[in-house]
Design a protein around this ligand. Sequence first.
Ligand code: NAD
Ligand code: UGA
Length: 435
Amino acid sequence: MRLTVIGTGYVGAVHAACMAETGHEVLGVDVDEERVAALAAGHPPFHEPGLSAMLQRTVAAGTLRFTTSLEEAARFADTHFVCVGTPQRPDSGAADLRHVEAVVDGLAPGLREGALVVGKSTVPVGTADRLAPRLAVSGAEIAWNPEFLREGSAVQDTLRPERIVAGVRSAGAEARLRAVYAPLTAAGAPFVVTDTVTAELVKVASNSFLATKISFINAMAEICDVMGADVLTLAEAMGRDSRIGPAFLSPGLGFGGSCLPKDIRAFAARAEEIGRGESVAFLRQVDEINARQRRRTVDLAERFTGGSFEDRDVAVLGAAFKPGSDDVRDSPALAVAEEVRRRGARVRVHDPEAIDNARAVYPELQYALDVTKACEQADVVLHLTEWPQYRELDPAALAGVVRAPALVDARNTLDPQAWRAAGWRLGAPGRPRLG
Ligand code: NAD
Ligand code: UGA
């Protein structure tokens, strides 16, 4: 089939490449000319395992092309995936839909009778119903097919999704989406068909549930800190209950990234708009608990530097919002690093992938290309993004480099015995007996 993918960021670039890989002829569209040129040359503008090779393969095969022209897109295919950003509005928690609306309005005049515009962007419940009339004038239809991929495993998540949700307004739209995803459903991907409102809600409800799980375990970490209990053991024992499950119960610095924080705020704002604010009022608490973990990490680090950051050297391990990604949008690690710097410390940040992106947002932090350099003469080391390579560090060797061997493991993934044996003082959220 011929498809277009409009908006070639994290979601769109991966979707376009994967659709081409599974046998479709795909045109990717973006307003960002530099991005289009890079993608056309097979270079993704971000780090995502497997994407570069797939882009190069499909571009070379001629099944994937890129353009900046929406008019060309409208002519090229009858099925269009909309993957543009839906950021938080600067004046409120609500979602800013201007990019989605620009694409729908830009496509509409050029669409052929029977065209299907499929939203993948995360939007407030009711968006498809509101936009449908703008397409109906061209004889085109709208559907919503939310995206559930995670950064760092986006290609795998797209090729082997745990579910495909098709929010449709007609049997024809369902048939079209079944045909698009036939290679994935043939390999076992479950295909859930519903209306567009339910599809939109599946997305925001899922992200809200994930965020709630993380904040729940972080709230328990706060209780553990007071009572002398151990949150890792608590999470492990809770997670062994198959009704609860171990996923998303990793306690620590909390969630960041381009989606969970903005999506829970947008959902809360949308619930207010439809008169059901109280139904998701708990999401405000989920957000507050999450913000508190950043402050708690800064406070814990400050205790290790004698109650003040003035004239101290602080090493930060990790800048990306999660390991496996170079994305620093709403990165908890960088928020902590910046607050420590603001309170008077010299802060040197290490990250295996995200240094360039971090520097662009936080130019006043210092950056180091290797961990040893970041830790030289540090008064405290903060482990803020749990890249696997940090578990391989030699605590004894690092102890010889720092000014004072003190470690805050804000992600609770380093081996406390090994670090303590090498002479380190330790602090970690929800594990008060470590120190
Ligand atoms: P992004 O910011 O990485 O990419 C958006 C792209 O859209 C950019 O390249 C931008 O230039 C382009 N764009 C903006 N306006 C355009 C227009 N009028 N025409 C063509 N292109 C335009 O965003 P993202 O992270 O890929 O997220 C996209 C959507 O998917 C959001 O709604 C997000 O919530 C949702 N989502 C993201 C993820 C994720 O992991 N990043 C996962 C699931 C869902
Ligand atoms: C998340 C969802 O997992 C995806 O399903 C969804 O498609 C995506 O948001 C989206 O809508 O954009 P992503 O943001 O890539 O994916 O990353 P996650 O693995 O969910 O991690 C999010 C944040 O939560 C990270 O900062 C991570 O460090 C943190 N986290 C995760 C915890 O603090 N504890 C956990 O137990 C799990």
